[in-house]
Ligand binder design. Sequence first.
Ligand code: GTP
Ligand code: MG
Length: 304
Amino acid sequence: MTKNNQSNDTSRFRSGFVAIVGAPNVGKSTLLNRMLGEKISITSKKPQTTRNRILGVFHRPSAQLIFMDTPGVHEASNPLNIRIVETALSAMGDADIILILLDVARPDPVSEGLMVSKLKQGKRPVILALNKIDLVNKDDLLEIIDRWAQVYPFEEIVPISATEGTQVNNLIEAMEKYLPAGPPYFPRDTLTDMPERFIAAEMIREKIFRLTGEEIPYSTAVTIDFFKEEKAGAFIKIHATIHMERDSQKGIIIGKRGAKLKQIGKASREAIERFFGAKVFLRLFVRVQKNWSRDTKALRKLGY
Ligand SMILES: Nc1nc2c(ncn2[C@@H]2O[C@H](COP(=O)(O)OP(=O)(O)OP(=O)(O)O)[C@@H](O)[C@H]2O)c(=O)[nH]1
Ligand SMILES: [Mg+2]
């Protein structure tokens, strides 16, 4: 990636990459969306929602912070999860600053241990954000801060609530201080580098995470077969395929007389319309790609 030098006063400007890393479900994607003020990364109550590195650019008068939302770090066993944990850990290697996010209400010693062991191999500034403080009382919080201060010499420890927005500005300011000096990487109007097709596929995946249960979300991948803006952006025509691992899952996602698929389609279409600010015509297809999550070739084809 090349730096662009279009900014006139770059002498005091700071810019760099921040990897947002943490165990599954701690609120990394929620925090990214909150900081950007735009929903670009999908979220759900279920762990392992995010599977790719999601880039979001945050512009300040004096700095540009390029956030990388990552999949939750955990002890992975199947090929899909091994792949997504690699994605998260490699983002740590590419970052100027590492932002570790924890859920104060739900400690996860295994994942936390994994991340801290990785930190000890690097020399980058590391900031710790303790998320979901709306769920614990103040006294417990002080104890948690104390405990973490002894685990690793974090540059800063900032308690936040991503859903309520509490202390999120303080966190941004803390990160800005540790950014390297340099001109912005992206023009001022850039929000993300993700292709429109990818964003549309993710929105569909989010609705499946939210509207189905058990193993269904984890057996789902979504690809876009057709994406075209019609009438100068007035409406977008999208064909997407939902890939399931087994025939029985295909039945579940379609539902009785197609009811489930209809519900997923409607919710997805509305989310895509909100994001692109255009009317959307969405057609969903369901197909079975046997055991795709355990097949490295299939994983690559499906974007992992
Ligand atoms: N109460 C509370 N809930 C939160 C907060 N931040 C996030 N959540 C909830 O936590 C759940 C997980 O949020 P995500 O943003 O999807 O978490 P994630 O870390 O990106 O998860 P993965 O992508 O699976 O690793 C969602 O239900 C969020 O609404 C917070 O500050 N307080
Ligand atoms: Mg996420």
